[in-house]
Design a binder for this molecule. Structure first.
Ligand code: NI
Length: 197
């Protein structure tokens, strides 16, 4: 997709109908869809640094990450996956975009139980892996405005937050596989890359 205004590719044009204008449309915002690093890109192994200042530049990154996550579509995205090595996660496990969460400097402060869930990852397309995770977690983070908050998550949302924090620590879910299964996943990814090129 190409932006009709600036001709950049991978941009989406947003339009609205201004009051009183019948069919006119305005280009309001150009939000970038960010390229996502693919496993086994070594940059996915970078340990992200804590955010020191929540400013407009960070909020622009967060908005681009949300846009990218919804576009893919995915339920979570860590800054590491878009080659920005700061501790920022966006997620939304709902089906109707009603549970959007922005987590800056997230920390799991309590965890309990265990669950086995089949996970996917935007950095490892076509590969799904069963991973053992805590069933419930309590998370502390800063929101998009830099305000601290806490929330509890269970089930899929708990899986998602644990998976995304792993990304910030340079871990990818295929690390949980046995060597043989990891090799099979690598072959599948190589095949996909060949089909795409
Ligand atoms: Ni992932």
């Amino acid at each position: 997709m190409q932006c009709q205004q600036c001709r950049a590719s991978r941009y989406r044009r947003y339009t609205r109908r201004p009051a009183g204008a019948a069919r006119a449309s305005l280009c309001l915002t150009l939000m970038a869809l960010l390229p996502i690093l693919r496993f086994p890109d070594p940059r996915l192994r970078t340990v992200a640094k804590p955010v020191e200042q929540v400013d407009d530049a960070l909020r622009a990154l967060i908005d681009d990450m949300l846009q990218t996550m919804y576009e893919e579509p995915g339920i979570g995205l860590a800054a590491t996956q878009v080659d920005r090595h700061v501790r920022v996660i966006v997620m939304d496990v709902s089906e109707d975009k009603s549970n959007r969460k922005v987590l800056i400097n997230p920390e799991i402060i309590a965890a309990s139980g265990s669950q086995l869930c089949k996970e996917g990852c935007l950095s490892v397309p076509t590969v799904f892996v069963e991973v053992q995770r805590a069933e419930s977690v309590t998370v502390r983070a800063l929101d998009r405005d830099g305000q601290p908050y806490e929330f509890s998550a269970s089930g899929l949302e708990a899986v998602c937050v644990q998976h995304e924090i792993d990304h910030l620590d340079g871990k990818v879910f295929v690390d949980y596989l046995t060597p043989l299964k990891r090799e099979m996943a690598m072959k599948k990814l190589a095949k996909l890359a060949r089909a795409e090129s």
